[in-house]
Design a protein around this ligand. Structure first.
Ligand code: FES
Ligand code: FES
Length: 162
């Protein structure tokens, strides 16, 4: 039901066209949760933790700071939509091997942010840590996560993942 305070927004969510009424100041994170995207997690709600990360036109964004009306005409991807992505598979494997997910709350956001590193190929520990510094982990799995990402990038560099 659309009332006077709402705006109709149309975008593609994980390859599926979506049309939904949003209020002008509604964050994309809350709209994605309304659409059932459980891997988008609103934690701090002020752009500090990265748990609400999604890809908008291929770029990772903190969706708690991204007004849903701005998503009109974009392609939005969450971790649920990337199940067949070889890079995600490589990351999930290395995260499991390194024990980089304890409670797992931050993991979807970590994975989506790490995807941006694949275009640049293998990177140093410092470069990976710098890229990931907007993603917080309450379980403090930072060293393990950095190693896991490095492993996945090396695997991709070997041609084992694309
Ligand atoms: S909930 Fe969006 S950055 Fe923390
Ligand atoms: S694994 Fe628990 S918050 Fe990161």
């Amino acid at each position: 039901m659309i009332d006077g305070r709402q705006e109709m927004v149309r975008f593609e969510l994980n390859g599926v066209p979506v049309e939904i009424g949003v209020v002008m100041d509604e964050p994309l994170s809350q709209v994605l949760r309304r659409l059932g995207e459980a891997t988008v997690r609103e934690s701090c709600a002020v752009g500090l933790c990265g748990c609400c990360t999604a890809l908008v036109d291929g770029k990772s964004v903190s969706t708690c700071l991204y007004w849903a009306v701005m998503a009109d005409g974009t392609h939005v991807e969450t971790l649920d939509g990337l199940g067949s992505d070889q890079r995600v598979a490589a990351l999930q494997g290395s995260i499991a091997e390194r024990g980089a997910a304890q409670c797992g709350y931050c993991t979807p956001g970590m994975v989506l942010t790490a995807l941006e590193l694949f275009d640049a190929g293998p990177q140093s520990t410092q470069e990976i840590a710098a890229h990931m510094n907007g993603n917080l982990c309450r379980c403090a799995c930072y060293p393990e996560m950095t190693c896991a990402i490095k492993d996945a990038l090396m695997t991709a560099g070997d041609g084992s993942a694309t």
